[in-house]
Design a protein around this ligand. Structure first.
Ligand SMILES: Cc1cc2nc3c(=O)[nH]c(=O)nc-3n(C[C@H](O)[C@H](O)[C@H](O)COP(=O)(O)OP(=O)(O)OC[C@H]3O[C@@H](n4cnc5c(N)ncnc54)[C@H](O)[C@@H]3O)c2cc1C
Length: 198
């Protein structure tokens, strides 16, 4: 049985490992790398090791003929087709694309953020989930002053110290936290010095 998997991220490659190799084709539009290390890379604490797999971006599926076509016009016949195409970052309506605005999903994104971090003094990080907090801290490690903006109480769940700040203040609305973080220290709790509710 011929299986074509569109998407060479964690799910696509893991599935491919579980199937007989001769039956599987993985179409990935970027090389393999460990996405989970990208914020460490932004912090300057890790490298991004990319695989050298051939790139193939699927652009069309003919379900009647059971064929996938990639951006180069190559065709891949399948008996079973798997979409493992991941997710895209949520960008608030009306924001970007514009110079100075970045999302962080891919290795290319991370490299662009590192390059721009060397040119700027201030950054605003939208999103106070794990990735937002990690990215804010990573940019601080690069000497960039960071304001972290979170709509809701996500930070309360992710970071114990911020629970106190939120409970002390009004507990609804968006939260803005300014991180004042000394470069040589590695925890957010002792260095989060200002919070206000917008
Ligand atoms: C910066 C960052 C750090 C993270 N850190 C962690 C962590 O530490 N721990 C953790 O558990 N999770 C982490 N995550 C979440 C984790 O990366 C995702 O849960 C996981 O990558 C999802 O795997 P996936 O295979 O579904 O999607 P993805 O890994 O996004 O892979 C989908 C792939 O499909 C490709 N693709 C899309 N469309 C096409 C097409 N038409 N043709 C060909 N290819 C296509 C995409 O380019 C991508 O390479 C992190 C996410 C990010 C963005």
């Amino acid at each position: 049985m011929r299986v074509v998997i569109i998407g060479g991220g964690m799910a696509g490659r893991r599935l491919a490992e579980l199937l007989p190799p001769d039956d599987v084709t993985v179409l990935g539009d970027e090389p393999s790398y460990n996405r989970g290390r990208l914020t460490e890379y932004v912090a300057g604490r890790a490298e991004v090791a990319r695989g050298n797999e051939p790139s193939a971006a699927a652009v069309a599926v003919d379900r009647r003929r059971q064929v996938v076509t990639d951006a180069e016009g190559r065709q891949y016949a399948y008996d079973r087709l798997v979409f493992a195409t991941g997710a895209v970052p949520v960008v608030p309506e009306g924001v970007g694309p514009a110079a100075g605005i970045r999302t962080l999903r891919s290795a290319d994104d991370a490299e662009a953020i590192v390059a721009e971090a060397a040119q700027v003094r201030r950054a605003v990080v939208l999103g106070g989930g794990v990735l937002g907090v990690e990215t804010a801290c990573a940019l601080r490690e690069r000497g960039v002053a960071v304001t972290l903006v979170e709509l809701g109480l996500e930070l309360a769940v992710k970071s114990g110290v911020l629970v106190g700040l939120i409970v002390d203040g009004e507990s609804t609305g968006s939260l803005t936290v300014t991180l004042e973080w000394e470069r040589d220290r590695h925890t957010t709790d002792r260095h989060t010095t200002a919070a206000d509710h917008a």
